[in-house]
Design a protein around this ligand. Structure first.
Ligand code: GCU
Length: 679
């Protein structure tokens, strides 16, 4: 049963095969590369494995025949041309793209490169595993070249904000010996078209750069390579000093540059296709260029120049802010930091630098407006950073399907120069004509047999890959593919999981922080459980400014922190005016009395009270709906999910009461329905 978790959505669970189905299955596999470590070869074995699992059909793999009837052929367009002659009807493909045709007598899966061929193979298998035999012929191309995941794994094997057990990569300061789980992870990631992974925490430990650890990184890269996945590394900015023994880490110092050159040469000697470096600097106590009064572009360019000859890139994180802010200053606002730090550097970055920007200006809250930095860099490549690991979203103990909020962010139109400027087009490089761009998600799988700590959370990883490839995909359709692949084709199972998942973000928002007030969790350390009091009077700047009469951050230009002015004119005007600010972000942008009336006619405080009850009731409903699936889902996974939902039901009540009591005690405004103050 634990195996079901490990396989995730790649279970290839047996399906009965009617006549119609067997006549639609291939009877042999042709792969156009015989090298065992090539993605095309891997694609062939994956097909064999999948068809065996789903339809109990054991197929031979050959490497020669072209266009044999009833076969499936996998390779790159070039390999096909070489082995079989001209390809007809296949449009030009972009890097990593593929062509999939089930229309002719041969199923064709042809990639622009080998990675694309592997992606097409997984897509074909996903159809078969959902008993989808429709005749299709289409090209699929990525929306963006960067489709990365980040692991926040520490060298000691712990994982920062990881809720699925210890690291699959590290233990006791070293790369682990047994990389079986790494290979399984590679397979899952390749199936959702992820092309690179940074394996160590952004709060990086310099010892990753020791020769023996770099040897370990090379072993890891060898495991990922057949799946078309490149490895990247997080760097600690002070490494030349703390690890290299120099007396400085000034990015413009010749000895420091020399030191990084040397390290980079050592890295690429072992991993010639290393994807690049990820850098968190001058953030939350991490060292950075500010120590030497150097700019963030000085820092990014230092690395960019080093990896450039090897084809590497630098993901430089925009998560730079001062965490010793002073709340008594009405104009202080952490949300302003990214634009303040980066806007004036636009155009200063090397071409192979990508600024990696969290979707919102603060930190993965249950709801945030889009980071305005996306609308302030025109000559700099960007990527959006998302979080699969549910740091502020219940840490996998709560069911929160995150694709719907991601989709809202990706679809948001920033109206730069009053022109359509969707976030998805900006990060894809399309809006400002950048070659590089895309997305990175913090995933943090661990050795837990469910990977993330809960079976249901895997829908978020699956959805991340789907949206990174194609941001116009629909979150509900993505979820339904995931559900069928993970739990089978039963209609009731599908409907139930769809319903509770699609309702899960709204419910969580209702009991954890609504009207844009952010997740009212403990923000000092755990980021778990209700703690509205911790939101204020701290240096971190995730404030609510709640007092006896009023609540919310005034981020207007006219009277507040001026954050709204960081957006292009149309958007800025919308947020500046309380009347045109969407109510779900009311308290993000405005400071109002608890008695302020919403469009529903309710006051803010009454809306709080009511929403917390609604959210907790919804959650109770999730448990009941899940229980109607007993017997339709295998016992291990049924029990596991039931336990989690049972816990969440209780915890949502704790959330409800903690938050409601807190604001009642603060404001002394009674609840119209007499629940909160009725002790
Ligand atoms: C959050 C998170 C930290 C993490 C940081 C980051 O603040 O709580 O654990 O290091 O984000 O993204 O760098």
């Amino acid at each position: 049963a634990a195996e079901d978790g490990l396989k995730g959505w790649l279970r290839y669970a047996p399906l009965s095969c009617s006549d119609q189905c067997s006549s639609n299955l291939p009877s042999s596999i042709v792969t156009l590369n015989t090298t065992k470590t090539s993605p095309v070869y891997v694609a062939g074995t994956e097909l064999q494995h999948g068809l065996q699992g789903i339809y109990e059909k054991k197929l031979q793999i050959t490497h020669k025949k072209c266009n044999a009837a009833d076969s499936v052929i996998v390779g790159t367009v070039d390999q096909y041309r070489h082995a079989c002659g001209a390809v007809s009807g296949v449009p030009d493909l972009e890097e990593d793209g593929f062509w999939l045709s089930t229309k002719g007598k041969t199923v064709q899966i042809l990639g622009q490169n080998e990675r694309g061929a592997l992606y097409g193979t997984f897509e074909y298998l996903s159809m078969l595993a959902q008993r989808n035999f429709s005749k299709v012929a289409y090209a699929s191309n990525p929306s963006a070249p960067i489709r990365w995941v980040n692991q926040w794994d520490n060298m000691d094997g712990s994982i920062e904000r990881g809720y699925g057990g210890p690291s699959i990569f590290f233990k006791n300061g070293q790369i682990v010996e047994d990389l079986t789980r790494v290979k399984e992870y590679a397979r899952l990631l390749a199936s959702i078209k992820i092309n690179a992974i940074v394996i160590n925490n952004v709060n990086a430990n310099a010892t990753i750069l020791s020769p023996s650890n770099l040897d370990g990184v090379a072993r890891v890269a060898d495991v990922f390579r057949p799946y078309g996945i490149q490895v990247g590394l997080s760097l600690n900015f002070a490494s030349p000093q703390t690890f290299g023994g120099l007396d400085t880490f000034d990015p413009l110092d010749a000895s420091v540059i020399q030191w990084w050159s040397n390290i980079t040469a050592q890295v690429y000697e072992r991993v010639p296709d290393m994807a690049g470096y990820l850098v968190k600097a001058d953030s939350e106590g991490q060292p950075g260029p500010q120590t030497y009064n150097r700019t963030l572009s000085d820092a990014a360019n230092l690395f960019a120049k080093e990896v450039q000859p090897y084809g590497g890139i630098v993901m430089y994180r925009a998560f730079v802010y001062d965490h010793h802010l002073n709340e008594s200053n009405w104009r202080d606002d952490r949300a302003n930091a990214a634009v303040d730090f980066f806007k004036h550097l636009d155009g200063e970055f090397e071409d192979n630098v990508v600024i990696q920007i969290k979707y919102g200006p603060i930190d993965f809250q249950v709801r945030e407006p889009v980071s305005p930095l996306f609308a302030n860099l025109f000559n700099t490549s960007m990527a959006i950073e998302l979080q699969v690991t549910q740091e502020y979203l219940g840490q996998q103990s709560h069911l929160v399907y995150v694709a719907p909020p991601w989709k809202e962010i990706l679809d948001f139109d920033l109206r730069v120069d009053s022109q359509p400027s969707l976030v998805s087009d900006i990060v894809a490089g399309k809006r400002f004509k950048r070659k590089l761009g895309g997305s990175a998600a913090v995933v943090n799988v661990g050795t837990n047999s469910t990977w993330l700590g809960s079976h249901m959370s895997m829908s978020n990883l699956y959805a991340y890959g789907r949206l990174a490839w194609n941001p116009s995909d629909d979150p509900q359709e993505i979820l339904q593919d995931w559900t069928r692949l993970t739990f089978g084709l039963d209609r009731k199972v599908l409907d139930t999981i769809t319903h509770i998942s699609m309702d899960s973000w709204p419910a969580y928002e209702q009991y954890s922080g609504n009207l844009g007030i952010q997740t009212l969790t403990d923000i000092i350390y755990t980021h778990y459980g209700p703690s509205p009091a911790s939101q204020d009077n701290n240096g971190w700047g995730q404030w609510t400014r709640a007092d006896r009469d009023s609540i919310g951050m005034d981020r207007t230009v006219s009277n507040g922190t001026r954050f709204s002015g960081q957006y292009p004119q149309e958007i800025a005007a919308m947020y500046e005016d309380i009347e045109s600010t969407p109510e779900e972000l009311l308290l993000w942008f405005h400071h109002v009395n608890y008695t302020y009336r919403l469009s529903s006619g309710k006051t803010v405080i009454q809306h709080f009270y009511d929403s917390h009850y609604t959210g907790a009731e919804k959650t109770q409903g999730f448990l009941e709906q899940w229980e109607s699936l007993q017997g339709k889902v295998d016992t291990e996974r049924y029990d596991h999910v039931r336990r989690f939902l049972d816990y969440q039901t209780g915890h949502s009540i704790i959330w409800r009461d903690a938050i409601n009591n807190f604001y009642y005690n603060l404001s002394a405004i009674p609840d119209d329905a007499k629940r909160v103050d009725h002790h």
